[in-house]
Design a protein around this ligand. Structure first.
Ligand code: MF3
Ligand code: CO
Ligand code: CO
Length: 285
């Protein structure tokens, strides 16, 4: 995290643009749910988050080139640590609320927060999500991708591809002055049209100065509800889409890993995006 001092300096030198501030005030008068001014990112902060995004994207590209059948999820963790350090970053996950590793690796029926382990090896036909959050100079970027190992069944391939589509649809809905509910509604509609269900217990989040900021970005919802998307907000969209039912359970031994309750597969893709005055920008490409 950047220091309070630095934040204050940037806030003074780069205040929220007058037109944006006025519209926020107007909306607040009408009882709309508008985020606190302090979470609106200024140009210097956005540049910092963008830099973290470059390293974060580099990490996932690095993994993409090396992931293979027979590899352990610990080896993925090792590669993430190596690349991140070599590029001046820090892995945000390590020790985050006690999380024991530097990246999340979630295979097949694991929805998220899979913990890398030496004995957990990738097998032909597996689908895996690698979720990585990178800190550079105190700024955070968070993204994840799915990887298909060897020959993957048609059902799994379809789940992976349609989940990516869910992320894209969510991003398309994340327009300035829309709401968080518009994102959830769009994803929910698309996922259910494909016969899939959407995980409700976990969602996207504001990000950039801290790992998990306001708002909570649900991947289900109703249009025109929830927090307003204001230019300068940076948030993640990270739909977790289940092949079967939406219900999930948590691992009783490690208290981290989330599984589908019905044992069917789950997929997830994640980007960090910036809401701009004209649309949005993906910071983790
Ligand atoms: N990167 C995850 C997210 O998308 C959070 C992982 S928290 C951890 O929000 F502690 F499990 F790493
Ligand atoms: Co993430
Ligand atoms: Co996230």
């Amino acid at each position: 995290m950047i220091s309070e001092e630095l934040w204050k300096k940037i806030d003074e030198e780069e205040p929220i643009p007058e037109n944006v501030k006025e519209r926020m005030e107007e909306l607040r008068k009408h009882k709309a749910n508008v985020i606190d001014d302090k979470w609106i990112k200024r140009p210097t902060m956005i540049e910092g988050i963008r830099k973290a995004g470059v390293v974060n994207t580099g990490v996932l590209d690095f993994i993409s080139d090396r992931i293979h059948d027979g590899m352990s999820t610990q080896e993925i963790d090792d590669l993430v640590v190596q690349y991140t350090k070599d590029h001046g970053g820090i892995c945000a996950c390590l020790n985050y609320e006690g999380f024991p590793k530097s990246v999340c690796t979630s295979i097949n029926d694991e929805v998220c927060h899979g913990i890398p382990a030496r004995r957990r090896k990738l097998r032909d036909g597996d689908i895996i999500n690698v979720d990585c959050t990178t800190i550079v100079d105190g700024y955070y970027a968070d993204a994840s991708r799915m990887f298909m190992i060897g020959q993957v069944s048609e059902e799994r391939r379809r789940l992976v591809e349609e989940t990516k589509k869910c992320l894209e649809i969510g991003i398309a809905a994340a327009q300035p002055w829309n709401t968080v509910g518009d994102i959830g509604a769009a994803i929910q509609k698309y996922a259910s049209s494909k016969g899939y269900s959407v995980v409700r217990e976990l969602g996207g989040h504001g990000v950039g100065i801290d790992f998990h900021e306001d708002p909570f970005v649900s991947h289900v919802g109703r249009k025109h509800t929830g927090m307003v998307l204001v230019p300068g907000m940076v948030l993640t969209i990270e739909p977790m889409i289940n092949a079967g039912k939406a219900g999930v359970t948590i691992d009783p031994y490690n208290n981290w890993t989330i599984y589908t309750a019905d044992g069917k597969d789950s997929a997830q893709w994640e980007h960090t995006i910036l809401i701009t005055e004209t649309g949005n920008e993906i910071l983790t490409y």
